[in-house]
Ligand binder design. Structure first.
Ligand SMILES: *Cc1c(COP(=O)(O)O)cnc(C)c1O
Length: 399
């Protein structure tokens, strides 16, 4: 105990994970103590836990416009994506899949594994702001296309993809096809910002991750439209309708459902205003800086950028060094490759939108959340300006 007060950190990495909401924590607590039962047990202790599980499934399914039995709880966004992709293709002879170049690794890695198993995968190019062109999807479809997997919103540059339009296209095409094309969306970045109604989006499969919307980590959900044939990737006791065996993380699931309920009711105009303020000020005050991803708008309605996402490239800088210097000043940001564990790798997303190397290396992401204040943003812009200048002056000494 030093007795020294630790300076408050400015956390601007909400796209990596968000802090647990205190109300969520409170909702979880009984399930970490008195309601400890196994929801598969038929006695009173089991029933207590089962009630928590069932009501969570109700809550999540309502928000998605789905039925309770269409929700499978998993260990997070990664497992949901894996189950959606491997699970839906397991019964089929290797055919063709369409995805995009800017998916999260939770989608890209399963795709690469499927290629090793004989599947052909089209990785769609995106435009300069990261948008998938629906005409490219149309043109890429083959007689044996079995799955289209396009993320709802990109975790690095915040681009919102036209999921409902893609859904509509596939619905029309499926009317005259022998083999139905399934549609999966990785919606991990969407809750709180985008409409999650699966019937508006016309998706068959949708992945969510609890920790991205103030819920606990290590818990997620997969929506599976009724009639969609999937097979499990984890076998055992047959929990989650047989699609995901293993005793459920009851407290985590209860927490995720509560978090989803709370975030769905949140108005994000404050975050949007702070985002725009940050972007405008940084572009004005710092030289040789540019914004990656879609042009920010004033209203969420016509914005194709997530309200909380900011991604800059700063010419001639090393994003990693800048991130560490910011960290030393109590600011948590992220290099664009934060979601993969190897940091030397340049971001595939930044590469896909055509950012040249000189700029790409100096990429840094700030993602805001409900606790972000204008005061924090002012502090970050001030520090950013100072540190960019410092790093530029010391060029050569800092790798
Ligand atoms: C975070 C994230 C994932 C992975 O979710 P986990 O819960 O960490 O497994 C997948 N896709 C996107 C877009 C994400 O942001």
């Amino acid at each position: 105990m030093s007795g020294m007060k630790k300076a408050k950190l400015v956390y601007l990495d909400y796209a990596a994970t968000a802090p647990l909401d205190p109300i969520v924590k409170k909702t979880m607590e009984p399930f970490l103590s008195e309601f400890f039962g196994n929801p598969s047990s038929l006695h009173e202790k089991g029933l207590e836990a089962k009630r928590g599980l069932d009501s969570s499934r109700e809550i999540v399914s309502k928000i998605l416009g789905a039925r309770a039995e269409e929700i499978i709880f998993t260990s997070g966004g990664t497992e949901s994506c894996n189950l959606a992709i491997f699970g839906s293709l397991k019964n089929l002879k290797p055919g063709h899949i369409i995805t995009s170049q800017i998916e999260h690794h939770a989608v890209l890695e399963p795709m690469q594994e499927l290629e090793r198993l004989g599947w052909k995968v089209t990785y769609l190019k995106v435009d300069a702001v990261g948008s998938v062109d629906i005409n490219d999807i149309k043109k890429s479809i083959r007689y044996n296309t079995a799955l289209v997997s396009i993320m709802y919103a990109n975790n690095e540059i915040g681009t919102i993809e036209p999921i409902a339009e893609i859904g509509k296209l596939l619905l029309t095409l499926n009317l005259k096809r022998k083999q139905k094309i399934l549609f999966h969306t990785d919606a991990c970045q969407a809750p709180g910002y985008l409409n999650l109604n699966v019937n508006k989006l016309l998706v068959d499969l949708m992945s969510l991750s609890g920790s991205k919307f103030y819920g606990p980590k290590g818990v997620g959900a997969l929506y599976v439209r009724k009639g969609t044939e999937i097979k499990p990737i984890v076998y055992g006791g047959g929990q989650e309708f047989g699609f995901r065996s293993g005793t459920e993380n009851v407290a985590g699931i209860v927490g995720m459902a509560k978090a989803l309920e709370l975030i769905t009711e949140t108005n994000n105009s404050k975050i949007l205003d702070l985002r725009n303020y940050f972007i405008t000020k940084a572009l004005k005050q710092i030289t040789s800086i540019k914004l990656n991803g879609p042009e920010p708008r004033r209203n969420t309605g016509d914005d194709v950028r997530l309200p909380n996402n900011i991604n800059f490239s700063i010419k001639g800088l090393e994003g990693e060094a800048l991130m560490l210097y910011l960290d030393a000043h109590g600011i948590c940001a992220s290099t664009a490759s934060a979601c993969s564990t190897s940091s030397t790798e340049r971001s595939h997303v930044i590469k896909s939108i055509g950012v040249k190397n000189k700029w790409a290396r100096g990429t840094i992401r700030f993602t805001l959340g409900k606790h972000t204040t204008k005061k924090e943003i002012d502090y970050v812009i001030f520090k950013l300006k100072v540190l960019v200048e410092l790093l530029r002056r010391s060029k050569g000494t800092i790798k």
